[in-house]
Design a protein around this ligand. Structure first.
Ligand SMILES: [Zn+2]
Length: 126
């Protein structure tokens, strides 16, 4: 499956990977500045730190999925669901080029990991 569309998506994956890696560096730098053992409990910095930790966690998860998708590119299985082996809908790959699961398998997985879902959609919608 080496048509123009998949070439564009693979480029998009590399681009996103660089962007997310930059985000991770930025969040890590913010956290280093933010970590203060004498921090007052009412300090608004604490909230910011909590948000940054959540964003960092999401960014790391995103890097993981991008890397998985890129690994699939190498094995020629990009665009094929890891669980059921069906082709992932092109519309889905357009929005999330890092998808390694079809909509049906992904929603089953998200139902299992329900507590991560809210934070994940916030980041993806940005
Ligand atoms: Zn599937």
């Amino acid at each position: 499956m080496k048509n123009n569309t998949s070439v564009v998506r693979i480029e998009e994956l590399h681009k996103q990977k660089t962007e997310v890696e930059d985000d991770i560096k930025r969040f890590e730098a913010q956290l280093k500045v933010g970590v203060d053992p004498d921090i007052d409990e009412a300090d608004p910095g604490l909230t910011l730190q909590t948000v940054t930790v959540a964003l960092l966690r999401n960014a790391r998860r995103k890097i993981e999925s991008i890397e998985r998708a890129l690994a699939q590119v190498k094995t020629g299985r990009y665009g094929i669901c890891e669980i059921c082996g069906q082709a992932i809908a092109p519309e889905r790959l357009e929005i999330f080029p890092q998808s390694t699961l079809c909509v049906s398998c992904k929603s089953k997985q998200e139902a299992k990991n329900g507590r991560y879902r809210a934070a994940y959609s916030v980041v993806c919608a940005a």
